[in-house]
Design a protein around this ligand. Structure first.
Ligand code: ZN
Length: 247
């Protein structure tokens, strides 16, 4: 299977809508552009990548999502018996960055349209890390026209974010120089993350006999789907335990 950078970004963007609240199937439905009641009720048809894979079969979309799980962009976490999609560190790094870019694009659009008093409450209660990254990107524009937006935002958000907003306003007012090295480093890091990590056999240590044993890619996949934790003993010791049980 081959996923382009754009495909990977689209899957991560869709996952962001349902993170820790929905599973693979729901994620596939967003990307397929399903008209199912649940999808519409949750407003998932408003997601910018809704229907991104609309010309593909749902099974194919599921395969792409599984590929994203295998390559360390997404993971499965069990909420009771329900397997939910979550971001891996890699996946979140990419998504937080593109989400911050998405917010900035929206602000740019507002400037063009002459929207002078937008309601900023939509920025409240978002992931803090992503919000701080967005603020960093606003600062990096060195565009003073964003100051009114920042001021309006500072009025509705909490202390910590508020403090950072004031710092960004100050930086824009004082024409603070941008650390381009840092910007490039961040971009390079995201591009590197986008490559993903191919699944690999793991070498684990048996807690009974102390020997190393291979936990294959296939086994890892099976364990993940079932929501099992890593095996602690090697196959031999596991068989022995089973024999003991039979006697
Ligand atoms: Zn063993």
């Amino acid at each position: 299977m081959y996923l382009s950078e754009e495909d990977k970004r689209a899957i991560l963007r869709a996952a962001d809508e349902i993170i820790a609240q929905g599973g693979r199937t729901l994620l596939a439905k967003i990307l397929k552009g399903s008209r199912e009641k649940k999808v519409l009720q949750l407003g998932l048809d408003k997601c910018p990548v809704y229907g991104y894979f609309k010309s593909e079969k749902i099974e194919e979309v599921m395969n792409k999502i599984d590929w994203m799980i295998d390559y360390d962009f997404l993971d499965i976490q069990y909420d009771g018996k329900l397997p939910m999609i979550i971001f891996t560190e890699r996946g979140w790094q990419i998504e937080a960055n593109q989400r911050a870019d998405e917010f900035l694009r929206e602000w740019k659009q507002w400037l063009k349209q002459g929207n002078s008093s937008p309601d900023m409450s939509y920025l409240k209660d978002r992931n803090r890390e992503m919000i701080l990254l967005f603020l960093e990107k606003v600062k990096e524009t060195t565009d003073k026209r964003y100051i009114p937006y920042l001021t309006a935002w500072s009025k509705v958000d909490y202390k910590k974010v508020k403090a950072r907003i004031y710092e960004v306003i100050k930086a824009l007012e004082e024409n603070e120089t941008i650390n381009h090295q840092q910007v490039l480093k961040r971009e390079a890091s995201v591009n590197e993350a986008l490559e993903g990590a191919a699944p690999q056999d793991l070498l684990l240590k048996c807690y009974k006999c102390g020997e190393r044993f291979t936990f294959s890619v296939g086994e890892q996949k099976f364990y993940k789907q079932k929501g099992f934790v890593l095996p602690r003993s090697c196959e031999k010791c596991r068989d022995r335990r089973y024999e003991d049980f039979l006697c």
